[in-house]
Write a protein that binds this ligand. Sequence first.
Ligand SMILES: [Zn+2]
Length: 73
Amino acid sequence: MERKSFDLGDIVEMKKSHPCGTNAWKVIRMGMDIRMKCTGCGHSVLLPRSRFEKRMKRVLKAASKNEETENGA
Ligand SMILES: [Zn+2]
């Protein structure tokens, strides 16, 4: 099985979009559980990593390089 790669701060697309109509989630916490935040309405969801990997479709935008990093708190 292919291992999906994603990283903190990435914007990812899931198999199902959020009820608000947006399908772009920002990964805001990595660990055994992944916390992601809907970029449309700001709702955040915590998912076990295995479930997150199943639901994730692809990385829309990798967190990187010259983007300013938000430190959450
Ligand atoms: Zn939403």
